[in-house]
Design a protein around this ligand. Structure first.
Ligand SMILES: NC(=O)c1ccc[n+]([C@@H]2O[C@H](COP(=O)([O-])OP(=O)(O)OC[C@H]3O[C@@H](n4cnc5c(N)ncnc54)[C@H](OP(=O)(O)O)[C@@H]3O)[C@@H](O)[C@H]2O)c1
Length: 322
C-alpha cells in the first residue's frame, strides 16, 4: 500500500513520478497534500490560481479554466507521468478536461490517469447493492452526462481508471457547523440510506491504485465506505460527538418541498454501493470504514485537536454538511 511513509519503493523504482491534479478543490487539494507527504511532486490546477491557497510542499499551482479557455502552462506539465481529474462535467455535459486538453494529454508520457466520477451513474436501485458489474441506470441530466464522460475517458486509449464516489465528507464538510449554529435538519425517510466516503480515503485509494502494477488496475473502482446508512443516523452520531441536542425529527415527505432541487435529487435515489473490488481485490484498507471513525477524526481536525500530519495544516477545505 502507498499509505506508508516511504512510497518511493512501491512507485516503480527508478521511474520518476510527477502527478498532475486537475481541479484543486476539496478532494484535489487533500489528495495533493497526501501525495506531497509521500514525497510525490506535482502540479495542482485552479481556475484562479492567483487567489488559490499555496500548494503543498514540492507542488506548483497552475491555472486551468475550460470555461474561459485558460490553458495550463506547458512548462509546468513537462514530465507529468500521472494525472488525476476531479473536474465535473460542464453545463453542456462535456468533460472540461477532454474538451480542452485532449490533444495535450495524448502528448504526455502518462503511465496512469485517475478520473473522479460518481456512484450516481448506477441510478436508483431501491436500496439494492451495486458493484462495478451492475448495469448503469443513470437518470437523464447530470448522471447521464457523467456516464458519458466516463465513457469518453475510457475511450481515449489512455491508461484510465474511473473512480466512482458517493457523498464526500471530511474536515470542513461535516454536519458540525450546522449543528452548532442550529441550522441543521433531521430528515428521515423510511428505508432511505446514503453511501459516503471520507475525503482522505479518496486520496488513499487513488494513490494505492496509482502504485499498483498496470495489469492489476481495473477500469472501474467504487470508492465507498463499509456502511450505507440513513442521514439521520449520521446526524445523530455527530450530535452525540458534540454533546448537543438534535433538531426535531421531520418526515422527508413533509419537508421535501423546502429542499433545493439538488437535495431532492439526492433523496430521490437509494442504493448501497459495494467496495469489495477496492478493499478485497485491490487490497486497500479504508482509513475510515464508517462515518463514526471519519466524523471523530474530522471533528478533531476542525477543532484543531488532531495531530497535524507533516506538511499539512491542521484543517483544510471548506464546505457544507454531508
Ligand atoms: N461532493 C460530493 O459529495 C461528490 C460526490 C460524488 C462525486 N463527486 C465528484 O467528485 C469530484 C471532486 O469533488 P469535490 O467535491 O472535491 O469537487 P470541488 O471541491 O467542487 O472541486 C472541483 C474542482 O474542479 C475545478 N473546476 C470546476 N469547473 C472547472 C472548469 N470548467 N475548468 C477547470 N476547472 C474546473 C474547480 O476549480 P476551482 O478550484 O477554481 O474552484 C475545483 O478545483 C467532482 O467531479 C465531483 O462532481 C463529488
Amino acid at each position: 500500500m502507498v499509505t506508508t511513509a516511504d512510497s518511493t519503493s512501491v512507485l516503480n523504482p527508478g521511474r520518476p513520478v510527477k502527478l498532475l491534479v486537475l481541479g484543486g478543490g476539496y478532494s484535489g487539494r487533500r489528495l495533493a497534500s497526501q501525495a506531497a507527504r509521500l514525497g510525490i511532486p506535482g502540479v495542482l490546477s485552479h481556475r484562479q490560481p492567483a487567489t488559490a491557497p499555496p500548494p503543498p510542499p514540492g507542488w506548483r499551482r497552475i491555472g486551468f479554466d475550460s470555461a474561459c479557455g485558460l490553458q495550463p502552462d506547458p512548462d509546468a506539465l513537462s514530465g507529468v507521468t500521472h494525472l488525476i481529474s476531479t473536474i465535473a462535467p460542464d453545463r453542456e455535459g462535456r468533460d472540461p478536461v477532454l474538451h480542452q486538453l485532449g490533444d495535450l494529454l495524448q502528448a504526455l508520457p502518462l503511465q496512469w490517469l485517475g478520473y473522479l466520477s460518481t456512484t450516481g451513474v448506477y441510478g436508483d436501485t431501491g436500496g439494492a447493492w451495486v458493484d462495478e458489474h451492475s448495469p448503469c441506470q443513470a437518470r437523464p441530466g447530470r448522471s447521464a452526462n457523467r456516464l458519458a464522460c466516463e465513457q469518453a475517458w475510457l475511450a481515449t486509449g489512455l491508461p484510465v481508471q474511473v473512480f466512482r464516489l458517493p457523498g464526500i465528507y471530511g474536515p470542513g464538510r461535516t454536519p458540525f457547523a450546522a449543528l452548532r449554529s442550529g441550522s441543521s435538519r433531521l430528515l428521515h425517510r423510511p428505508s432511505q440510506v446514503f453511501c459516503r466516503i471520507h475525503v482522505d480515503d479518496i486520496g488513499g485509494a487513488l494513490l494505492h491504485c496509482l502504485a499498483l502494477p498496470d495489469q492489476q488496475r481495473p477500469a472501474l473502482v467504487n470508492v465507498s465506505d463499509d456502511l450505507p446508512c440513513p442521514a439521520s443516523e449520521v446526524l445523530g452520531y455527530a450530535a452525540h460527538l458534540l454533546n448537543c441536542k438534535l433538531p426535531p425529527l421531520q418526515r422527508y415527505d413533509d419537508a421535501s418541498s423546502e429542499l433545493s432541487p439538488m437535495a431532492r435529487s439526492f433523496w430521490s435515489e437509494c442504493r448501497r454501493v459495494r467496495n469489495d473490488r477496492l478493499t478485497r481485490q485491490l487490497g486497500y484498507r479504508l482509513r475510515y470504514p464508517t462515518y463514526r471513525e471519519g466524523l471523530r477524526a474530522s471533528l478533531a481536525e476542525e477543532d484543531g485537536t488532531a495531530l497535524p500530519l507533516e506538511g499539512q495544516p491542521a484543517a483544510e477545505g471548506s464546505g457544507s454538511a454531508t
